[in-house]
Design a protein. Structure first.
Lengths: 644, 316
């Protein structure tokens, strides 16, 4: 049983440094840095006090917005006449439509019993008996929940998007690992693809590919393919040079080298890439319900309209089950992949599946059960009785932390913010990182969204701090208590894969339409990977070191603060970096529950024709914020200076 | 069906490759393919009242006229785009949208207006009933500033909070607050679900709330909310969105169809054209869907069984 690896954990193929490396880096720290930091801090505060502004207001008519509106109008006018569409984009759409229809025909052709048998067989052959049984139970559960057809539709979209991602991502990943400039050119593109909020490209997707499955599959692929490329590149890059050397000495050609040595040796990592692609695709497929993609997402969206949390919970649960089944099959397959698969077993399962396809058992023949009523009762009780406490919590954090921070950020002149980013960026992460971060910060002003960006930044910062506090504390406890860690694992899995739409409404009931509700949603989403990375970091501390500290008389508290946490620094910082990415991904969802600012701009741009340009610009602003935060913190992670 | 379509798409790609490019509608089911009479593509906009209209129309199209109905869950803007590509045949509850009418009906000529649904739409500012019981004069906008302190929240920056609705709805709230010199901050709830939840909590917890809402709306079947009177609407007072200082007009909700669908003048089009009913009819079906847990199909079936006299004239 493995946990879902946090999706972007392998974003740039950064590997947790070993304890020895971290210690060495710590020693190399130069003392003048601290002095500089203090001086810079004082200068920044002084400049803020002198130059503080009233905080500009947005007029909703920046040049950037008009530019995007112009592009939209051109596409609308030329969809059936421009050669770009006639010979390019419309064919892409046709091709994807063909793929979706083929996958759909294959999966629904098997029928209920056939598909259940197929997934069970796949689980048994690829990942062993236990996983096979899990798959069997999971797929039967879809029928029990009365969501069989929707689940299959979701599976069809996911499989289509994953097939496309693998077809495009694996070759690109190999290229990125082998050809230096391809890797260098791809990296910033992948960064943008991962931070760009999904909502921001749903509207352009419908513009190019119209509504329906093809646009949904392509949007999903854009979201998932960066993981395929990055992890494949990581796997190819890690193939041991001595094996390559040996093969070269035996006279292999480059093509043979790739096919016979590099790809087979990187196979476990490539399977992991597929695993991550599936997980990301599943989380995106739900959102594409907003552009009329079929499946479980539709159930969730319409349950939301009726304010029926219980109905949304059923569909959310089906997604969690689908995610867990697919995750266990692929991770266990990755582990077993070196063992050759039994051909006889494969044939046996194949026959069983064909036989099962003829069993006249329908999904409606199973007993039905729905969690809707109990969940609605429980949620109703919580909403009624917890309100006073949650209201107080919200007001306290909003007035005590969020408002002051927002005021400072909004009333800073933009050039001061950019200068501070440049100065602190140079100090923490080196001039190269600062040379990227500072223009990104200036870009926020250039897009005409300065005030909204600063409001969003304040919310994001508070969410990141809360995520880290909760995530590190839970991770530390989990690392010390095995049983608790095992018990918590399914909860973390569910928190990560349960579509956020499901728990948004109770959050709104408890915390009102507010920035704090957005923070709560972001924390729920971002905490699981942080917990996992922290726990792994702490467990990776060599037992010999812990033993030595113990025998030297350390108390458990000293052991934690003086030995384990400092040695797990790499894991902690990677966790912080992941936390930032995950929190940013939730900014737009925050816009749906009253957080306003950039998230709302994106949502509004998706819904109103006149606001299209502003919505797209706000999506870009979120990417720029992500770049600023990522570059500023990368230095913490790798104190030797810029990592690239 | 699917395999057939796959083969058809493949053939289409081959033939298109031979002679010129692919248009945006290529590969979609524009030909009648299912049911004895063909398929009608209904847009489903994201609110329950709309769904009630669509459910009843779909029920009658399928059960009485033998069509297949394809329901497409889309936001309003995107549904209008669908007229152009042939993916949407009809929108069955439209709230104003003069800008979209101008683009798609007048300029692009891909859509036509097919008359009112019979429902009257009201948009306005509302407060929960218990607030009116405690402060009877709160329903006059002149008194809103007096009560601003009641509506203060963590989001309203020291002023009163006005909670605005789903971004796809028609709104003048920010301009109204400014032009009526109200001591309020507009907070954007961001979705319809969020505003309904806030309204429910305002009743359940007795929390003050001033919010954007509309009728017909199923929530009114459960809780009471009262409209605050803003300066009365006069024709043209909302012409300049930045200078609006009057209440929202009453909307005559109407139906829009794609030009192609209308020109074909099928019995399906006739049904949609003839469809009109009252707010009570719609609220009844909405209530079946939301409060009594029926699927839209079941709700429509029940309503149709009970109201034959209403719908018979639509399918003359």
């Amino acid at each position: 049983m493995t946990a879902t690896v946090p999706p972007p954990a392998l974003r740039s193929g950064r590997v947790t440094p070993t304890a020895g490396e971290v210690a060495a880096v710590g020693r190399r720290r130069r003392p003048w840095r601290r002095l500089w930091a203090v001086v810079l801090g004082v200068v920044t505060v002084a400049a803020y006090v002198v130059f503080r502004t009233e905080g500009a207001t947005e007029d909703g008519d920046a040049a950037a917005f008009r530019f995007f509106d112009g592009v939209r109008d051109w596409v609308d006018a030329n969809r059936d006449s421009s050669p770009v569409f006639l010979y390019g984009i419309n064919y892409v759409r046709l091709g994807v439509r063909l793929l979706v229809d083929a996958v759909q025909a294959a999966l629904s052709g098997l029928g209920f019993a056939g598909l259940v048998a197929a997934i069970t067989g796949l689980g048994v052959v690829l990942a062993g008996w236990r996983t096979g049984l899990l798959a069997l139970g999971g797929f039967l559960a879809f029928a029990v929940l009365g969501l069989w057809e929707q689940s299959v539709d979701t599976l069809v979209l996911t499989v289509s998007a994953v097939l496309l991602s693998v077809a495009i991502g694996v070759p690109l990943g190999v290229l990125a690992a082998r050809v230096r400039w391809v890797g260098a050119a791809l990296r910033p593109v992948l960064d943008v693809m991962q931070i760009l909020p999904t909502f921001a490209y749903l509207a352009p997707m419908t513009l190019l590919f119209l509504i329906g499955e093809p646009a949904a599959v392509i949007a999903t692929m854009i979201y998932a393919v960066p993981a395929t490329i990055r992890i494949t590149a990581l796997g190819i890059g890690e193939v041991s040079p001595s094996a390559v050397e040996a093969a070269t000495a035996l006279g292999s050609t480059r093509w043979q080298l790739l096919r016979k040595v590099r790809l087979p040796m990187a196979r476990p990592t490539i399977v992991l890439a597929v695993n991550q692609t599936i997980m990301l695709a599943l989380s995106m497929v739900v959102i594409t319900a907003l552009i009329d993609a079929p499946g479980l997402g539709q159930n969730i969206v319409s349950a939301l309209q009726r304010v029926n949390v219980g109905a949304a919970f059923d569909a959310g649960l089906a997604i969690v089950i689908l995610a867990v089944v697919l995750d266990r099959i692929t991770t266990n397959a990755a582990r077993r992949v070196r063992r050759s698969l039994s051909i006889r077993g494969g044939i046996g399962v194949g026959i069983a599946v064909v036989a099962a396809a003829f069993i006249p058992l329908g999904s409606a023949d199973l007993p039905a059960y729905s969690f809707a009523a109990p969940v609605n009762d429980a949620v109703g009780w919580i909403e009624l009785h917890w309100y006073d406490v949650t209201e107080g919590l919200k007001n306290g954090i909003s007035a005590g932390v969020l408002d002051p921070l927002e005021t400072v950020l909004v009333t800073s002149p933009w050039w001061l913010f950019v200068a501070a980013v440049a100065a602190f960026g140079t100090l923490i992460s080196g001039w190269r990182a600062a040379a990227v971060a500072a223009p990104a910060a200036a870009g926020l002003a250039g897009l005409g969204l300065w005030q909204h960006s600063m409001q969003t930044l304040a919310t994001v910062l508070v969410a990141i701090v809360l995520t880290m506090l909760i995530g590190v504390a839970t991770g530390v406890v989990c690392a010390r208590h095995d049983r608790l860690a095992t018990a918590l694992r399914p909860v973390l899995d569910a928190a990560q894969t349960m579509p956020s739409f499901v728990y948004l409404l109770p959050a709104v009931a408890l915390f009102g339409a507010s920035r704090f509700t957005a923070i709560v949603a972001a924390v729920i989403f971002a905490v699981p990977p942080v917990v996992r990375l922290v726990e792994r970091g702490l467990r990776d501390v060599p037992p010999a070191v812990v033993e030595a500290a113990r025998s030297a008389g350390s108390t458990p508290r000293q052991l934690l603060w003086k030995v384990q946490l400092p040695m797990a620094r790499g894991g902690l910082l990677l966790a912080a970096n992941q936390g930032i990415v995950m929190v940013l991904a939730m900014v737009v969802v925050g816009g749906l529950v009253g957080a306003g600012a950039l998230g709302y701009d994106v949502v509004a741009g998706f819904s109103q024709r006149e606001l299209f340009g502003q919505g797209l610009a706000a999506g870009l602003a979120i990417v720029l914020l992500g770049i600023v935060l990522d570059r500023l913190t990368q230095g913490f992670h790798d104190s030797k200076g810029p990592r690239r | 069906m699917r395999t057939l379509r796959t083969a058809a798409t493949a053939a289409l790609i081959a033939s298109l490759a031979a002679c010129g490019g692919a248009t945006s509608g290529a590969g979609e089911e524009s030909e009648p393919s299912a049911g004895p009479k063909g398929t009608v593509n209904l847009a489903i906009n994201p609110w329950v009242g709309y769904e009630a209209n669509a459910a009843v129309i779909a029920h009658l199209l399928e059960k009485e006229l033998g069509y297949t109905v394809e329901k497409k869950e889309l936001k309003e803007e995107i549904a209008w785009q669908g007229f152009e590509t042939g993916e949407v045949d009809a929108i069955v509850e439209n709230w104003g949208h003069a800008d979209l009418k101008k683009t798609y009906i007048e300029q692009k000529k891909v859509a036509v207006d097919v008359g009112p649904t019979g429902n009257k739409g009201t948009i306005g500012w509302y407060v929960p009933q218990w607030m009116v019981d405690e402060h009877p004069d709160i329903t006059d906008w002149n008194n809103l500033n007096k009560y601003a302190a009641l509506f203060k929240t963590s989001e309203s920056k020291g002023k009163g909070q006005f909670l605005a609705g789903d971004p796809s709805f028609v709104t003048n709230d920010a301009a109204l607050v400014k032009n009526l010199k109200l001591d309020y901050t507009v907070v954007y709830s961001g979705s319809e679900a969020a505003i309904i939840k806030a309204a429910q909590q305002a009743s359940a917890q007795k929390k003050p709330l001033l919010f954007y809402f509309y009728e017909p709306q199923w929530l009114f079947a459960k809780e009471k909310y009262v409209r605050v009177k803003l300066p009365a609407y006069k024709t043209g007072c909302d012409a300049d969105p930045k200078k609006v200082a009057c209440d929202y007009p009453d909307y005559v909700l109407d139906k829009i169809a794609s030009k192609k669908f209308a020109d074909a003048n099928s019995t399906a089009y006739q049904l949609i054209k003839n469809f009109t009913w009252t707010n009570d009819d719609q609220n009844l079906v909405s209530d079946y869907i939301t409060n009594q847990g029926m699927t839209p199909e079941k709700a429509a079936e029940k309503w149709a069984a009970e109201h034959e006299a209403t719908w018979k004239p639509w399918i003359r």
